[in-house]
Design a protein around this ligand. Structure first.
Ligand SMILES: NC(=O)c1ccc[n+]([C@@H]2O[C@H](COP(=O)([O-])OP(=O)(O)OC[C@H]3O[C@@H](n4cnc5c(N)ncnc54)[C@H](OP(=O)(O)O)[C@@H]3O)[C@@H](O)[C@H]2O)c1
Length: 204
C-alpha cells in the first residue's frame, strides 16, 4: 500500500534546521551538524545503513517545501533559482515543490523533475501519488511542510534521525498544538554512531 512518509534529521532540542538560512548556511547556522552522521554511516556500512537503504526503496515521488528547493522568499523573478543541487539533482524522481508563487515545471538531468504546486497540501499529495504510480511518496523537508502534513492527519509514517546536538533556535518540527491529539506506534529504534533512528507509524 502506498504511504505518505516523512524522514528527516532532528536535534535533541527539536530543530530540523538552524536559524538564519542563507546561501552560505542552507541548513541554517549550525544545521550542517544535523547530517554529519550520514558520512559516518557511509564509512561504516553498518546494519543501520542497510536498514535505511531498505526503507528508501519503493519510493515513487517526493514532496518538498520551497525553502528546501531554495531561492529565497517571494516571486521567483526573471532568472529563477534552479535548486541547490546543480544540473543533476540527487533525487532522480518527480519532485513536487509547495510554494505560493507559480512557476513552470523544471526538468533536470538524471530524471529529476520539479513541479511547483500552489494549491496546497492535498493537491501536492494527489499529484505526487499519481506520479508515484502506487509506490510511496516521501516528504523530504523542510519542517514547515512536514508538520503541516502531520497536523492535517495526512502522514502515515515518520522516520527521525535524532542527533545529539542542541541548535538552540531554528525551524522546529513538532511545535503545533494539533499534535497533542496524534497517537504514534513505535516501529523501530536503531542505534548508530552519532545518531539514533526512530520510526513511528501514525495511528488513525
Ligand atoms: N533536518 C533535515 O533532515 C532536513 C531535511 C531537509 C531540509 N532541511 C532544511 O530545512 C530548511 C527548510 O525548511 P523550512 O521549514 O524552512 O521550509 P520548507 O518546508 O522547505 O519550505 C517552506 C516554504 O514552502 C512554502 N510552503 C510551505 N507550506 C506551503 C503550503 N501549504 N502551500 C504553499 N506553499 C507552502 C512557503 O514558501 P513561499 O510562500 O515562499 O512559496 C514556505 O515558506 C532548510 O534549511 C533545509 O536545508 C532539513
Amino acid at each position: 500500500v502506498s504511504k505518505l512518509r516523512y524522514s528527516g534529521s532532528i536535534s535533541l532540542d527539536g530543530f530540523a534546521a538552524g536559524p538564519d538560512q542563507s546561501p552560505e548556511h542552507p541548513l541554517g547556522v549550525g544545521g550542517r551538524a544535523l547530517h554529519t552522521w550520514m558520512k559516518d554511516l557511509d564509512a561504516a556500512q553498518s546494519g543501520s545503513s542497510r536498514l535505511l537503504e531498505e526503507d528508501d526503496t519503493g519510493v515513487g515521488a517526493l514532496i518538498m517545501g520551497r525553502n528546501m528547493f531554495g531561492g529565497g522568499p517571494g516571486p521567483w523573478g526573471e532568472d529563477p533559482w534552479q535548486g541547490w543541487w546543480g544540473p543533476n539533482p540527487p533525487f532522480h524522481l518527480p519532485v513536487f515543490v509547495l510554494t505560493h508563487h507559480p512557476r513552470p515545471p523544471l526538468s533536470c538531468e538524471g530524471g529529476t523533475t520539479f513541479t511547483f504546486v500552489t494549491d496546497g497540501l492535498e493537491a501536492a499529495r494527489a499529484q505526487a501519488e499519481e506520479a508515484a504510480g502506487g509506490q510511496h511518496v516521501d516528504i523530504c523537508g523542510g519542517a514547515t511542510v512536514a508538520k503541516q502534513y502531520l497536523a492535517a492527519g495526512l502522514l502515515d509514517e515518520i522516520l527521525l534521525h535524532l542527533v545529539p546536538i542542541f541548535l538552540g533556535a531554528g525551524v522546529r518540527l513538532f511545535d503545533d498544538q494539533a499534535f497533542a491529539t496524534i497517537s504514534l506506534a513505535q516501529v523501530f529504534v536503531v542505534e548508530a554512531p552519532g545518531v539514533t533512528h526512530l520510526k513511528y507509524r501514525v495511528l488513525r
